[in-house]
Design a protein around this ligand. Structure first.
Ligand SMILES: [Zn+2]
Length: 375
């Protein structure tokens, strides 16, 4: 559990992720939200509410489905549920967001509940959920997405009959709650983008944030959400063992990228090696095309994954030891090449890589930005 308290008074928001352990975008989004700064009130985040299920990548855990352990007017039905309920009561929350995902799309006829906000009637939940639905559809969803992905909103009475956390919060305490459901028909990056944008917007409406852009102001370095698996020099046969993605410097200062740490989710992906004596994009492990100075690192003998690239010293070649510098407001393209398993190129479509980028802003202290590539 992570608690952030602002010096200014304000409401208390609780955000839960990982109530269902196989719904990645929920716990990954909550894992980002826990690091946000707030301007007022208190933010309580439980990123992985059902940790055993998150670790096993299953919906439920040994005691069953955590989100059916919250009967109104009775004891919680597992020790874990009781612990979560203790947090709700002890933190005296004013609103709950519970972050989920679904295989399908609500009201599309496929039986799923994705792309929807579910708000039991308590307080002004309906007002919030309708405004956030409209915001997501107008300003967050890519124009290229078909209308079927438009978010919907469903406000309902709160009889506690389904024993969910949100029902008990509403029925027992009269505290408003929203369940957010992303659809697994879209990439993990998009699900996280939609989920975090919804929570951020809510925090602005509810008074925890003074501006509408916590995500971007909290992170000077922004991931463009566009990871693509690419054919490079060696695997021109369609393996697509390289990765390209965009970063944007949202700060008002020049930004220098100093280190890039890579951790593929798939343990079989154990190396990054370009197999070339040349230096440049797709002939070095790391190339960053950026406006003030492009970054380049040719790691001697390749990099063992998970591992970290120090852009200023790879111990190999002076001309390929270069940090990337981005001017204020500029974007850069990062190219990584090539991902391997036991020395063989690995196709990266459908793989996931956690990336931590270290950077400095105009000579100020070093910062890091964690992002997840899921091409
Ligand atoms: Zn769920």
């Amino acid at each position: 559990m992570y608690v952030t308290e602002a010096s200014a008074d304000g409401p208390t928001l609780m955000v839960a992720g990982g109530v269902h352990g196989d719904e990645k975008s929920g716990y990954r989004s909550a894992g980002q939200i826990k690091d946000w700064d707030i301007d007022a009130g208190k933010l309580v985040v439980i990123p992985e509410a059902c940790k055993p299920a998150v670790e096993a990548r299953t919906r439920g855990f040994a005691d069953g489905d955590l989100n059916r352990h919250f009967p109104d007017g009775a004891e919680e039905e597992s020790q874990l549920a009781a612990a979560v309920w203790d947090v709700v009561e002890q933190q005296d929350i004013d609103f709950l967001w519970d972050l989920h995902s679904s295989y399908g799309i609500y009201e599309s006829g496929d039986g799923g509940v994705g792309q929807a906000l579910f708000a039991p009637i308590a307080g002004d939940t309906g007002v919030h959920s309708k405004a956030i639905r409209d915001y997501l559809n107008a300003e967050v969803l890519d124009d290229s997405l078909n209308d079927v992905y438009d978010f919907r909103e469903h406000t309902h009475h709160d009889d506690g009959s389904q024993d969910m956390l949100k029902h008990k919060v509403g029925a027992t305490l009269g505290t408003p709650a929203i369940i957010f459901e992303a659809t697994e028909k879209l990439s993990l990056d998009r699900r996280v983008k939609h989920t975090t944008a919804a929570v951020e917007r809510f925090m602005y409406q509810f008074g925890l944030l003074e501006t509408r852009s916590a995500i971007e102001s909290a992170n000077d370095l922004r991931y463009d959400g566009d990871a693509t698996a690419v054919d490079g020099r060696v695997d021109g046969n369609g393996t697509r063992s390289g990765l390209a993605f965009g970063l944007t410097n949202d700060a008002d200062w020049a930004l220098t990228i100093t280190d890039v740490e890579l951790a593929p989710a798939n343990a079989a992906i154990d190396g990054l090696s370009d197999h070339s004596y040349d230096e440049g994009q797709w002939t070095s492990e790391l190339h960053i095309d950026s406006d003030v100075q492009s970054g380049l690192t040719d790691v001697n003998g390749g990099l063992t994954l998970p591992g970290s690239i120090d852009l200023s010293s790879d111990g190999h070649s002076d001309s390929a030891d270069r940090e990337a510098i981005l001017s204020a407001g500029s974007s850069a393209t990062v190219s990584l090449y090539q991902f391997e398993s036991g020395g063989n190129p690995v196709g990266m479509v459908g793989e996931t890589v956690d990336v931590t980028v270290s950077y400095t802003l105009d000579g100020r202290e070093s910062r890091t930005r964690a992002l997840t590539l899921s091409p």
